[in-house]
Design a protein around this ligand. Structure first.
Ligand code: I3S
Length: 130
């Protein structure tokens, strides 16, 4: 979805379920920990939410399940298809942030991962505009 709030302020927004893991932090490799996340792109920032199954709220209060886990600033980031040696999974994208963090994001359904690839690529490109 493309929402235009003003002529020169085009903001891309999207939300959905993705599998994700951090693989690198401050340029240092970290152990993979794949989990499913409700993922929201808004204002050039990706927010991954905790898997409701992993939170105490998930067991009880249905209205309180959407808990942010971490955010990724897309300004200055790069996105591309991960090489085969990065994961045995299919449809894996590699997202590298300006600050040296790296994430893998994945979804089995081609159309879904392709849509995320496009919207993240377009957002990064837009954020490069002066
Ligand atoms: O690429 P790796 O290091 O083989 O990643 C796998 C591991 O993280 C594994 O967990 P353990 O650290 O407990 O072995 C995960 O369960 C796998 O999913 C990881 O590999 P894939 O190919 O799924 O990204």
């Amino acid at each position: 979805t493309q929402l235009s709030s003003s002529h020169d302020d085009l903001v891309l927004e999207k939300a959905g379920i993705l599998n994700k893991t951090k693989v690198c932090e401050n340029g240092k490799k970290v152990r993979k920990n794949w989990s499913q996340s409700w993922t929201v792109l808004h204002g050039g920032v990706l927010t991954f939410h905790k898997d409701p199954k992993s939170t105490a709220a998930g067991a009880s209060n249905k209205t309180n399940q959407i808990v942010p886990e971490f955010t990724v600033e897309l300004r200055g980031a790069t996105i591309g298809w991960a090489s085969k040696d990065k994961s045995s999974k299919k449809n894996v994208l590699e997202l590298k942030t300006r600050t040296g963090a790296e994430f893998l994001i994945q979804y089995d359904t081609d159309s879904i991962i392709n849509d995320w690839h496009k919207v993240i690529t377009d957002t990064i490109r837009q954020l490069e505009q002066p």
